[in-house]
Design a protein. Structure first.
Lengths: 509, 83
């Protein structure tokens, strides 16, 4: 357990009480859906109460999780609040992921209940029935009058959220996050941005991603409006522009790839209401940034660095003049303690290059698998740090710059992809003998490629159709080399991703 | 109506090794990752140039370009409206 000593520990139910207490002070603040619906904070709390009454009673002696797999709507947000109100953790699952991936996660998680909507319900009903997990379908039509549990039992646990990220064995890693981590994080966000009832925050990331913590908790606790981009809106520049104008958005938060869509589709439109643009998850192309400066003439731009395991840890305020390229990660957030470690694990003082280790109250409690937690963390001077796996450089002014990853993890359109997982999914195809995925630079950032050795007549489409059953869209290679020849190896007989990345491009189809 | 240049463009730009018979009219180009969000913009530039169409900002939506049959229907309706 990665507990921090200097932190007020609050339970999940207490977190809910703080959120709903703040929301009660701003009853008219609005949540906007992509379907042009508006729900007030007051309405959202009422919706959450109805959903809570349909959830099974918590077992106060157990640590429980309720899985939520639904489109990003105000109802889904109300379901999150409903789960927190029972003191349990919510596990948001991305409805755009393939069925097999979702049921694999669910089988491992064994939730106390599964919340679905009209689309995901039919996809997951069979699994829920077989596993004997209560299925609760969100529905606007029938707020069926279920009598409230009397009195409502409340779980005493402090686990508040469970996320899943790409894992190297082909099995997603389960990241466990406590209520205190969410609370500390939203306090920083509200303070740094000076969020208030006059603001409206555009939430781009699915609820299944850690980026959504900023959107949900900072907006609800500050009384700011919240515009929820659903999956369809999130991939359309035009729909996002329309949503920004409709909801009078003042704060934008997403991965750079979504801002590229805005830069491409804004035309001559200028949005002077935007006062802050936050982006995280991957490098921002300089060309896109220049376009964004013009579209958002009055906005501050913040480059945010973090990961699912620690949440945000570094921040860089991007200057409009003499903008560096690539952008630095910036400086550690006030709640972050970090170490720059050399290859032997010794701390580097002053400027230098090394692996970034971070320690913060927003850090996960751990992975569900303690062996994974042990590998991802390191003791240093009596304190436990998370090993980011990122190589960074600290310059003479103390700014930290990103150099590269130590391992096989890459960020594609802001989504973390473990290349070993892509390889494992390709190898699951019966016709594939060997597979190696690798990234190459492209006009839009990084492109994912795969070399596949097969003795059969496979096309890239056969492989794509196979992968869409197993992997999220971001993890599906864009280019394939399909060959009867073995994957190129280095002198030790190991498949060499780096070499492929350097030489591979010319042979790609 | 059929638009052979459209199929050739998609094949050449996004799926060069895929045999023509596999690139079916109803194949979901978005879910299979053949065309991504930025790919849609390339596709639109092609449609505007090749078929002399004007794609309006609210038509910059990946969901309108999911399959060859859907794109063909869009071209037809635009050409019909212009005629």
């Amino acid at each position: 357990m990665l507990h921090q000593e200097n932190l007020t520990i609050i339970g999940t139910r207490a977190l809910y009480e703080r959120i709903s207490g703040e929301m009660a002070k701003t009853p008219r603040s609005t949540v906007f859906s992509a379907q042009e619906e508006r729900v007030s904070h007051e309405g959202l709390i009422a919706m959450a109460a109805l959903i809570r009454n349909r959830l099974p009673c918590p077992d106060p002696t157990a640590e429980e999780t309720v899985a939520i797999c639904a489109e990003k709507t105000p109802d889904c947000l109300a379901a999150i609040l409903a789960v927190l109100s029972t003191g349990r953790a919510y596990a948001p699952l991305d409805p755009t992921h393939p069925d097999a991936r979702l049921t694999g996660i669910l089988a491992d998680l064994r939730p106390a209940a599964l919340v679905v909507d009209e689309t995901t319900g039919p996809r997951l009903r069979d699994w829920a029935q077989a596993a004997d997990v209560p299925l609760l379908q969100l529905s606007r039509a029938a707020p069926d009058a279920v009598a409230p549990h009397a009195p409502i039992a409340v779980s005493q646990q402090s686990l508040a959220a469970v996320l899943h990220t790409s894992g190297s064995t082909g099995k997603p890693k389960r990241v466990e996050i406590e209520a205190s981590a969410l609370h500390v994080f939203q306090e920083w966000v509200v303070d740094e941005l000076g969020l208030c009832v006059d603001d409206c925050l555009l939430s781009h990331a699915p609820f299944a991603f850690d980026l959504s913590f900023l959107d949900i908790y900072a907006a609800l606790m500050s009384g700011a409006g919240l515009a929820l981009a659903d999956a369809k809106t999130a991939r359309s520049g035009a729909k996002l522009m329309a949503m920004m104008q409709r909801a009078r958005v003042t704060i934008w938060h997403s991965a750079p790839s979504a801002l590229k869509l805005i830069a491409e589709s804004a035309g001559d439109t200028i949005l002077p209401d935007l006062r802050c643009v936050l982006f995280a998850g991957e490098p921002m192309p300089a060309r896109t940034l220049q376009k964004l400066f013009r579209i958002f003439p009055k906005a501050r731009f913040l480059n945010i660095y973090g990961c699912t395991e620690t949440n945000d840890t570094f921040c860089y305020e991007v200057p409009r003049q003499n903008t560096p390229d690539p952008l630095p990660l910036g400086r550690a957030l006030p709640y972050v303690d970090y170490v720059l470690a050399d290859a032997d694990g010794a701390e580097i003082a002053g400027p230098g290059e090394g692996e970034l280790w971070v320690r913060c109250p927003t850090m996960m409690r751990g992975y569900a698998d303690p062996a994974l937690t042990a590998r991802a963390t390191v003791w240093h001077q009596g304190k436990l740090y998370y090993r980011s796996g990122d190589q960074v450089r600290r310059d003479a002014t103390g700014l930290v710059h990103f150099i590269g990853r130590n391992d096989t993890i890459v960020k594609l359109t802001g989504i973390r992809v473990d290349l070993n997982e892509v390889d494992a999914a390709l190898l699951a195809h019966p016709g594939v003998d060997e597979a190696l995925s690798f990234v190459t630079p492209s006009a839009d950032g990084l492109a994912l490629n795969a070399w596949v050795t097969t003795q059969h007549d496979l096309s890239s489409l056969d492989l794509r159709l196979h992968l869409t059953q197993r992997l999220p869209l971001a993890a599906i290679p864009r280019h394939y080399t399909i060959s009867r020849m073995e994957v190129p190896k280095n002198s030790n007989g190991k498949a060499c991703r780096r070499q492929m990345a350097q030489n591979g491009q010319s042979t790609l189809v | 109506m059929s638009y052979p240049a459209l199929r050739s463009f998609i094949s050449a730009e996004f799926a060069i090794d895929v045999p023509a018979h596999q690139l079916t009219d109803d194949l979901d180009l978005i879910d299979t990752g053949i065309v991504d969000s930025l790919g849609v913009l390339k596709l639109i530039a092609f449609l505007e140039g090749e078929y002399d169409l004007v794609i309006t900002p609210d038509e910059l939506d990946a969901d309108l370009y999911r399959s060859i049959s859907q794109i063909e229907a869009l071209i037809s309706s635009k050409q019909m409206a212009a005629a």
